[in-house]
Ligand binder design. Structure first.
Ligand code: C2E
Ligand code: MG
Ligand code: MG
Ligand code: MG
Length: 281
């Protein structure tokens, strides 16, 4: 019935309904089959320096092309994977996909380029986490990429656990980014106690730039805070030149968003040339 409904509607809403019904019926099987049948792939979104607009790295984003339901956004399937205790196998699959692309990526991206990877809380807490991360790093071209683990503030562990884990990650050469900053519920005290390298300012703040005559005092405060904590700032969801200019002029270090580039499949990414300009004043 669900398939029929999805097909009859023929719309993305119908297909999404189909997806929800199907996932409710047997989410484990759908995800495991998806992994086995190679239904997942990755896309790469360039991250550029706000000053010279040169590429400094990419964020890796996962995609699910489901044979019945079409493209399923990660916000939907990551939650299912978490709930089904499948986030570790799914992330290991993600690592596999990245590893396959890595030689080509290394030709396009100079040494030291950042490779941003989203890590779910379920994986952070898993026993295998450290081994998984070590193996993943070892599977990439040696000393080429700076791996940045993106963790949302919602997902921070308790303080002692996190301090130890972050210390370990730094010793192993990983960097850590607080993703979607400003959307979670965590206390600011977290920032003071953990050493995290990047602060990714949520799209919600960025999209407000230019909409209001006075820019958000909260965004101003966040930038001051990041500077005081020696964190590199990254703006997510930069969609206009006006936003990019504002962010650059307010000292935001890195920019990511549709104005620079949408997330691209490997082939597109390899031939991507930035076509963006900002006047110097
Ligand atoms: P995120 O890590 O904050 O990723 C940024 C999201 O913003 C991506 O959505 C990206 O496509 C989107 N985006 C980038 N630039 C713009 C822009 O200019 N405008 C707008 N409107 N959107 C923009 P996406 O790929 O749908 O991913 C959504 C979330 O799903 C991610 O948020 C991340 O939390 C999660 N996710 C994606 N891939 C993975 C993964 O491989 N593993 C895990 N654990 N989570 C993932
Ligand atoms: Mg992210
Ligand atoms: Mg984000
Ligand atoms: Mg997000």
């Amino acid at each position: 019935f669900a398939l029929l409904f999805g097909l009859l509607c023929g719309s993305s809403i119908g297909l999404l309904c189909f997806f929800w019904l199907m996932m409710r019926a047997n989410p484990r099987k759908e995800i495991l089959t998806g992994i086995k049948q190679n239904q997942f792939h990755v896309v790469y979104q360039p991250v550029v320096d706000s000053k010279d607009l040169q590429m400094r790295g990419v964020e890796v984003l996962m995609r699910w092309q489901h044979p019945g339901a079409g493209a399923i956004p990660p916000d939907a399937f990551i939650n299912f994977a978490e709930a089904q205790q499948l986030i570790v196998p799914l992330t290991l699959h993600l690592f596999d996909l990245i590893r396959r692309d890595a030689p080509a990526l290394a030709k396009r991206l100079p040494p030291g380029s950042k490779l941003g990877i989203n890590i779910s809380p379920g994986h952070l807490h898993a026993d295998s986490f450290k081994d998984d991360m070590r193996q993943f790093a070892a599977s990439l071209p040696p000393d080429h990429f700076q791996i940045v683990l993106e963790i949302t503030e919602r997902d921070m562990l308790n303080q002692r656990e996190a301090t130890r884990l972050f210390e370990w990650l730094h010793l192993e050469g990983f960097e850590i980014a607080v993703d979607d900053f400003g959307t979670g519920h965590s206390a600011l005290i977290y920032l003071e106690h953990f050493t995290m390298d990047y602060l990714k300012i949520d799209r919600g703040f960025v999209s407000a730039i230019g909409m209001e005559t006075i820019t958000s005092p909260v965004l101003d405060a966040v930038l001051t805070l990041a500077r005081r904590l020696n964190m590199v700032t990254v703006a997510e969801g930069v969609e206009t030149a006006e936003q990019a200019k504002w962010l650059r002029d307010h000292g935001v270090n890195l920019l990511q968003g549709y104005w620079i580039s949408r997330p691209l499949i490997l082939e597109q990414f390899l031939s991507w040339k930035p076509d963006i300009h900002l006047d110097s004043e």
